[in-house]
Design a protein around this ligand. Structure first.
Ligand code: HSE
Length: 286
């Protein structure tokens, strides 16, 4: 029997759609695997009732297939599904680590990124690796088109605020524009490069600046009740940048050390003003 933990993650960070991700220090999923003739899945924890246990429909079933590693797989969810906090990626990454160890497959953490991304395809219809990369490697990650990933350690205070509304990844991908103007492209590249430099320096000002995104975030913000008010409240409370976390509905803020508590309170209040309950995770890049 092998047990592995993988953390929640936040993808995109505004300017890095399908490219950037960060691991959060908490919450996390825990996956326990035992060898079996056929894969069988049990799920407990946050939102377990919404997660299919059929191996054909669960991310970890796809991971077990990709590793040719049939197992009895128990998933204890710490990351709520459809939260924008990489719930399926946390399960896929933890399962990939545990099954790789159980069957002694010999993959490195980097080698497991495309394997775990196969699981993402089950949920969103596309195998994108921007959540599984930080879930496996930690820190700030940049994925390439071949699903290879580069990771950087960073020390940054973050607040992820999860409202009690559901936005499916499929719906959130449906509103992403199919093309961008050269002006928006130039702005996005500049912001993404600024954010990357900020991560390398653990600089909340640069990271916050680099989170601005003229293309994807404005379209997705429309799907999140209260987003504009929450963003404004977080910035007024000291956040240096605010964006949609992954496909939403969570909202991610970066701030200076010492500002997390006030930013978290402002975000919860911002959602409450829109009639939406929420929970704020005060976290750091994990
Ligand atoms: N990059 C993905 C998206 C993450 O924003 O759709 C969600 O799984």
């Amino acid at each position: 029997m092998v047990t592995a933990r993988a953390p929640a993650t936040s993808a995109n960070l505004g300017s890095g759609f399908d490219t950037f991700g960060v691991a959060l220090s908490h919450p996390a999923d825990t996956v326990t695997v035992e060898r079996a003739a056929e894969t069988r899945i049990e799920v407990t924890g946050a939102g377990a009732e919404f997660i299919p246990t059929d191996p054909e429909k669960n991310v970890v079933g796809a991971v077990a297939d990709a590793l040719d590693a049939p197992a009895h797989i128990r998933i204890d969810k710490g990351v709520r599904p459809s939260s924008g906090l990489g719930s399926s990626a946390a399960s896929a990454a933890a399962a990939a680590v545990a099954l790789n160890d159980l069957y002694d497959r010999g993959y490195t953490r980097h080698g497991l990124v495309p394997v775990a991304a196969e699981g993402e395809a089950v949920v969103s219809g596309e195998a994108h690796a921007d959540n599984v990369a930080p879930a496996l490697l930690g820190g700030f990650t940049v994925v390439r088109s071949d699903d290879g990933a580069t990771s950087v350690d960073a020390e940054l205070p973050l607040v992820a605020c999860l409202p009690e509304v559901v936005v499916s990844t499929r719906d959130a991908r449906g509103v992403v524009p199919e093309s961008v103007s050269m002006r928006d492209h130039v702005e996005t590249v500049g912001n993404a490069a600024t954010l990357t430099a900020g991560m390398c320096r653990s600089d909340p000002e640069l990271v916050g600046w680099g989170m601005d995104d003229p293309v994807v975030t404005p379209a997705r913000a429309e799907l999140i009740t209260g987003y504009a008010g929450v963003r404004e409240a977080a910035l007024a409370a000291g956040a240096t940048g605010v964006t949609v976390s992954g496909a939403g509905p969570s909202v991610l803020a970066v701030c200076e050390p010492g500002e997390r508590r006030s930013v978290a309170a402002a975000m919860v209040e911002g959602f409450a003003d829109a009639g939406v309950g929420s929970r704020a995770y005060q976290t750091v890049v994990g």
